[in-house]
Design a protein around this ligand. Structure first.
Ligand code: UDP
Ligand code: MG
Length: 318
């Protein structure tokens, strides 16, 4: 029988509107799970404050003072969802046997937690929460998010389709995760690389019950670029392939212009020339951009900056 102390890890960025409600619902869930003896006593809810500018940290502190089942981590500044999540996971792995991560807005149905824990008890190390539908998301969010997964996969970043960062990980899976030293963090892509047995649990994605999305379109795009360039070098290979094809085309054009030359028709349209100059120029810039992206990554990785800095931890463990 596996040990079953659970930690729920919740990254929070400017979530004062949802936190009290979220805390209440999670506490209810925790009590229910303890009553059913699915988890051990001393299981906790750990909020990570990702440098919020509102009252989020004060709320977490009050929750902790009123009830030790709530813990908190305060990051020194805003580091983004992925780093906040990592800070929570790495702290939780010191105390917990299994850790479930989810968003503060509870868009991911918390009742899927039961199934996740059942799988864990069967011996599975990583359980991914997968959205069975996105009916509640706006059309725009759904289209961009699903396009995002498809693009990621064709670009060589293999992720579980329609899985965000709602997942259960056992302590040894987290130990494995801690050995990935990369600074450009894309957890959804790294977690499958850890290995161990895994499974999925399906759930319906709901609406944010208060506040607004902290992931606007711009952030999603940069998240996608981050994901692709930090996980795979396929875009570079695609550029190389493109360069090769263009080279073949240019040989064709060379032969064509020689033939035209010997036929005496030397002035081949200005238009063609302009178009190709622009096309090639554009392609070169594009390629440079992609290469630059990776060079920038190397630059950042060689600095091996800390991925997060904790200012304070609230947790009562013996
Ligand atoms: N979040 C964070 N740091 C950030 C942005 C977001 O910790 O810089 C957290 C946020 O508080 C939430 C989770 O990441 O718990 C997901 O954000 P959100 O629900 O706004 O994203 P969406 O569901 O719209 O994709
Ligand atoms: Mg959300």
């Amino acid at each position: 029988m596996r040990n079953k102390k659970l930690y729920l890890v919740i990254p929070c960025y400017n979530e004062e509107e949802v936190l009290p409600e979220t805390a209440m619902r999670l506490k209810e869930k925790l009590t229910e799970l303890e009553r059913k003896q699915k988890i051990d006593e001393g299981s906790r809810i750990l909020f990570v404050n990702d440098g919020s500018r509102d009252r989020t940290w004060e709320i977490i502190r009050t929750l902790h003072e009123e009830d030790p089942c709530f813990g908190g981590i305060n990051l020194s500044r805003n580091r983004g969802h992925q780093n906040a999540l990592l800070a929570g996971l790495m702290t939780a792995k010191e105390y917990a046997d299994m850790v479930i991560s989810m968003d503060a807005d509870l868009q991911d149905d918390i009742n899927a937690v039961d199934d996740m824990i059942d799988k864990y008890l069967e011996g599975i190390d990583i359980v991914y929460g997968v959205r069975s539908s996105r009916k509640k998301d706006t059309f725009f969010k759904r289209a961009t998010a699903e396009g995002f997964y498809k693009m990621m996969n064709t670009m060589g970043a293999n992720t579980v389709f329609n899985h965000a960062d709602y997942r259960l990980m056992s302590r040894r899976a987290l130990e494995g995760l801690s050995r990935f030293q990369e600074v450009n963090l894309f957890l959804r892509g790294i977690v499958p690389m850890i290995g161990f047995s895994w499974d999925v649990v399906y759930y319906e994605r709901g609406e944010r019950f208060a506040g607004e999305s902290k992931y606007p379109f711009g952030k999603m795009i940069s998240f996608a670029v981050e994901g692709i360039t930090s996980l795979s070098t396929r875009p570079i290979r695609m550029i190389t392939g493109l360069g090769f094809i263009i080279f073949l085309v240019s040989i064709g054009i060379l032969i064509y212009s020689l033939v035209r030359h010997y036929m005496g028709a030397t002035i081949v349209g200005w238009t063609t020339l302009m178009v190709s100059v622009w096309a090639i120029g554009g392609l070169i810039l594009l390629s440079l951009g992609v290469v630059g992206e990776y060079v920038g990554k190397i630059y950042l990785e060689t600095k091996s900056r800390p991925r997060y800095i904790i200012e304070e931890i609230l947790n009562q463990e013996k």
